[in-house]
Design a binder for this molecule. Structure first.
Ligand code: IDP
Length: 137
């Protein structure tokens, strides 16, 4: 079943020159495509809508600051089981716990600066795609 998921290459990935490396891993999965992609600096309102579920947690404010600290790449990935699949490519939230071979496992050390966001379910993907790509058909 073909799906769409929302992916954000976080400001650390852009600053460190890892855009090509990370997008390449998504592109190389057979049959997956990228129907929309843009480099943007996210504003507070967009970030609050996106990360609202974490409001009040100790890491929320630093996360907001980090996510607004520079441009990010927002993209839509499309294909068979792409929601679960990009989460697998990313690895778990904590890059030290993430296996080598995953994006976070290969390039990250800091929990907040973990390079990539990917929707975690069909419901999240639907909600997040509307936030970042409201005009997508
Ligand atoms: P996910 O991105 O792996 O789905 P979430 O639990 O949804 O993880 O958390 C959103 C983001 O908030 C994480 O990707 C990470 O950047 C940051 N974050 C989560 N937990 C912590 C923490 O304990 N300390 C610092 N930052 C955190």
């Amino acid at each position: 079943m073909s799906q769409r998921t929302l992916v954000i290459l976080k400001p650390d990935a852009v600053r460190r020159g890892l855009i090509g490396e990370i997008i390449g891993r998504i592109e190389r999965k057979a049959g997956w495509t990228i129907p929309a992609m843009e480099l943007r600096t996210l504003d507070q309102e967009t970030l609050e809508t996106h990360y609202g579920e974490h409001k009040g947690k100790p890491f929320y404010e630093p996360l907001m600051g980090f996510m607004a600290s520079g441009p990010v790449v927002v993209l839509v990935a499309e294909g068979e089981r792409v929601i679960e699949g990009v989460r697998q490519l990313a690895g778990p939230t904590d890059p030290i716990a993430a296996a080598p071979g995953s994006i976070r496992g290969d390039f990250g050390t800091i929990v907040r600066e973990n390079l990539i966001h990917a929707s975690d379910s069909e419901e999240s993907a639907e909600r997040e795609l509307k936030i970042f790509f409201p005009g997508l058909v």
